[in-house]
Design a protein around this ligand. Sequence first.
Ligand code: GDG
Length: 729
Amino acid sequence: MQLLIVSNRLPISVTKAGGKLSFKPSPGGLATAMSSLGKGWNYSWIGWPGIASDELTAQDKLQITQELQAHNCYPVFLTAKQIANFYEGYSNTTIWPLFHYFQSLTKYRSGFWEEYQKVAKLFRKEVLKHATEKSLIWVHDYQLMTLPRLLRDALPHNLIGFFLHIPFPSYEIYRLLPERKAVLEGLLGADLVGFHTYDYADHFMSSTLRILGRDNKLSGVILKDRIVRADVFPIGIDYRKFANAHKSPAVKKEAAALRNHFGSRRIILSVDRLDYSKGILERLEAFELFLENNPGYHKKIVLVVIAVPSRAEVDAYRQLRENTEQAVSRINGKFGSVDWTPISYQYKNLPFEQLVALYGEADVALITPLRDGMNLVAKEYIATKGRRSGVLIVSEMAGVADELPEATRVNPSDKVGIAGALETALQLPSVEQKRRLHVMQTRLSKYNVVRWAEDFIEQLSDTQTKKTARDIDTLTPQIQEQLIADFRKAKRRLLLFDYDGTLTNFVSNPRPASAKPSPALLGMLTKLSGAPGTKLAIVSGRPKTALEGWFGKLPFSLVAEHGGWTKVDGAWTPAGTAAQDWKAGLRLVLEQATERTPGALIEEKDYSLVWHYRNVTPHLAYVRKASLLHDTQKQLKNSEIETFEGSKTLEFKPRAINKKTAAAKLIGKTKYDFILSIGDDNTDEDMFAALPESAYTIRVGRGASQARYHLASVEQVLMLVSELSAVLP
Ligand code: GDG
């Protein structure tokens, strides 16, 4: 299977100096992870090569394209302006700080957002050049959150996955984003959205519910025509690469050099991109506190800080570098002596051999981000340790903490706690250190980066099976053609249409005036019902006054209140004289709920009571509905009254009154050779159940159904109705 990986950066970066191009592996978690996937994968990678196109001649671009192609990489060229607004702007000055809970550093500029959308279109263009019908597309990270939707529109049948490498924040933070709707809609273009932890997946689902009003169940967000799965895939590392590193002569040489340099001093290691989310300043202050509290450790330890240059063009990062270097100088000045520098600080990207030599030699890894999607450094440290001892102190706010309960977990803002954890770590017996490491190593060696990628791809492919089933259910153009042909040649036709959600879209106000049928619809229905041998009925849950007002003068049948009233040949007849005594008690419960629920309203019909919550904030509606169901079920136990969940409604009505009985009555003894029935909610399932197997039954939208086919929207139903009426003379 062809896999198209799409990420902001390609795994290879291009630089230009003295007119000459050079190519080298890109830094960063994602590139490190994906580059370990192995040669067995038939994948192509689409992304930005890391250099502004303004610096490139046409010849340069050609050379870049050719060189990258040899590695299955395809560049999306971006101008300096696009990089400033899309990458440094929206991605790194709006999304990154906000999603890491740094509200005060978050900047909102409409220019950033505009460029973010434009760049997504450039990515789409490149993806479309490479995608075949069978391509599986895997989009990565926060720079490309609107891309899945753009791709979905262009490639409705491809499998599209999205993985977010950073935290998805809680609703209270996410709701601050001005473009919160468009970003969620963008992500929902995917079939599968992956996160590092359950919390992030949960936050995403809670935001889709509260902001878009999209229900979710069993780790899936329910859309009209499909379900988007949200699931958890904690990214792993290339375990063997780190576990075997100590065998390499180059690493041995680096390790010896380190030992030589630091002598018997115990090494505490801190490695991160220089990013405010990593908590470097707070860590330095905690170390300062440790030195203050523990003079006995002076000259016996050293904190090695590797700060990898990152996003140096963004103001907040420039400022952070200054502050970090000041803090390092201050602490070294305060505690250092001629023969001891407490903090060894390097602002650089180390070669791999030096990095793993440090992992191997460090007695303690102090990794305390204020927020971190996962944090691979923590995993790499564990893997590199092999049989040697070492203690990992890790922040509770990093995704990795969920997977490593054996590590010492700290609150990254709690300097006293971190200083205390350091003290304990330095005294922890070596046997205990090794025991803990071993448990963590076993876990990490299994769910490594290849398993992670395979797992994601497997889960994504799994949606293929469900999709195929969905395609069979869809009323395809071919089946529609057959349906029309059958309709045309039939002698006795029965057409049963639900109204709201089927022939017309839901409106926010359920009162009749706002859901009025259009003249075009009335025209089509009249024409259809006038055809010889044709019986047409609107089978609705609406009260008879509403149906009479809209359709009263037209020559077809009407069913109101799900079968409570039926109008055939111009006269309304009730289903029976149903008892009304159940209403009073229930009305009271509904009234109490409505008073506490802004936007909710009660509708009373002859046979039923309906609680409408379409205009209620989705989360509140969710909570209230659950408690109403609980309260009313107690009251209605052993009664003849049943509860129906409609579209944003809870309806209470006598069990005996339903669309099944109504449909059966309409069919009567007549033998129809063509039956078409269309509906969109659970009450229509009763209608489908009353019909013979040969009937064309269609459910609008997704969801389990007895119908034979699905149509995605009211618009598609109207098109079908219009085509049917067009074949009549
Ligand atoms: C994002 C999320 C998530 C670091 N210094 C050097 C160096 N590195 C390598 C490490 C590691 C990678 O860079 C850093 O990965 P992290 O996971 O720690 O952090 P981010 O870059 O912020 O990554 C993060 C990740 O995506 C994956 O989903 O875990 O939460 O923020 O692999 O080894 N490599 C070399 N020299 C260095 O000095 N060679």
